[in-house]
Design a protein around this ligand. Sequence first.
Ligand code: ZN
Length: 307
Amino acid sequence: MFTKHPGGLRLLTVHAHPDDESSKGAGTLARYAAEGVDVLVATCTGGERGSVLNPALDRPEVRADLTRIRRQEMDAAREILGVRQQFLGFVDSGMPGPDEPLPEGCFAAQPLEVAAAPLVALIREFRPHVVITYDETGGYPHPDHVMTHKVAVEAFDAAADPKRYPEAGEAWQVAKLYYHLALSRAWFQTLHDAMTERGIASEMGELLAGWPDTPPALVTTTRIECADQFAVRDAAMLAHATQVQPGVAFMAHPREIEREVWPTEDYHLVRSLVSGPGSAAEARGSVGSADAVENDLFAGVRAVQGA
Ligand SMILES: [Zn+2]
């Protein structure tokens, strides 16, 4: 089903719900797509159990038709970003309360081999050089985000092994695996401080004060310049109209300040089969030291590809 671009570079990003591709790493997707990279978003679930976060749209008829509406929003965001997108067909797990069980049949309740199989097949068909997903924490404590991490790591490894998932196509070794460092505490703090210094009211103080006790952030190995894509990113985010309240939280800060103090989207290189910072040898040593920061997800891949 995918038209192969011979010799071209391919990037796959694996997300839990429609809207996650637009809130985490959307500038990166838009930038690489504009450069001619074949960019594919895999969305594990349909976002059926998402809340309607936009008060203007929180109406019974919208809530009743959320599955269809979120597909339409995803289509609009995909067009704006200039990428391709595919749902993997699982059902949103929702956000259960502390002692609440997961809904039966949902994505996070699937055995790992069942949940990973469609992604293994997709990787073997699309043959990406780079895969991006969430870290072990999911980046956000939603069961679907944690499951997405597990599934993406499983599929990255298993897709390369012809003995695993033998019914899912011919083996393919992805060259690099990255985790998002988006929406980090450091990012919020930097924007908050920059606004405060300039006498601009920041809505991020409350969020920072209540920041949960999370493990230290992973080392930044890779920074992708995305300031020119902020407008596209914002438009894609706003296309998920039920999921975002315009003008609040991370939509609220002045873009010229973001351009000045944090013009990149940042990543942690987890696995690399090519030479360069983060290659298997270096991963044991100095990866992430300031001089090892990459500015291209395809660093080390382009030489091999001749792209
Ligand atoms: Zn999500």
